[in-house]
Design a protein. Structure first.
Length: 222
């Protein structure tokens, strides 16, 4: 429908707004201006909610959790916490804006898949080992999380999604896209060796808590 209509295309034949505007053009072709306005409003509200949620989560994590571990909790450092929250919010907003400008021509669905690949590389092995491996320690979790997130981001940047499409190089250094097939096994190995070589042998508290919660849910459902 929209592929044969010249009003949705530029002079060179490319779709107006790129591939990310297909749903908007389709809504206009099906339901006219009213349906297109409705789809745009829903998309705008969703984007605002996601961006605001991620910004508040990042700011509260850094300003609250990390600040509490580096400074004692008292009334005197409440002003410091408020200043840190505002500063982190500004920094995260600036970084997000710069990344949005750099990736504005990329497909949003594809970028969402890349973010899931990075999250899976860092989180999935830790969750699996916390559930089924009682020897997992805090050092192992830290080693696995840092390895998975860092390696996945590096390989993603060196891959075709960023190295070629964004930075403009002729060929990618890493051909895997996304690199989860490599990064996830490295996360498992980092968790294993970090836990085995941990001299303190402090068990990761999340494993017992998750197992007890699962057992409680199972008993209630019986």
């Amino acid at each position: 429908m929209i592929f044969n209509d010249p009003s949705y295309h530029q002079a060179n034949g490319a779709l107006l707004g790129g591939a990310n505007t297909v749903s908007i053009h389709l809504s206009h072709a099906v339901g006219g201006d009213f349906l297109m306005a409705f789809v745009c409003a829903v998309a705008f509200a969703t984007i605002i909610a996601v961006v605001a949620g991620l910004t508040l989560t990042g700011a509260s994590t850094i300003a609250h959790d990390l600040l509490r571990t580096t400074a004692p909790v008292s009334e005197g450092n409440s002003t410091r916490g408020l200043f840190t929250t505002r500063a982190v919010t500004l920094i995260l907003g600036t970084i997000g804006t710069l990344l949005a400008l750099a990736f504005q021509d990329q497909n949003v669905a594809y970028l969402l898949g890349l973010s899931f690949a990075i999250a899976a590389s860092a989180n999935f092995p830790i969750l699996m080992l916390a559930l089924y491996w009682p020897r997992l320690t805090t050092i192992g979790v830290i080693a696995g999380g840092c390895t998975g997130s860092g390696l996945s981001v590096i390989l993603t940047v060196l891959g075709p999604a960023v190295w070629v499409k964004v930075l403009g190089f002729a060929a990618p250094i890493v051909w895997l896209d996304p690199p989860t097939l490599v990064t996830m096994p490295f996360t498992f190995l980092a968790c294993y060796f970090g836990s085995v070589l941990d001299s303190s042998r402090r068990r990761y508290p999340g494993a017992r808590q998750i197992c007890r919660a699962i057992q409680s849910i199972y008993r209630l459902n019986r």
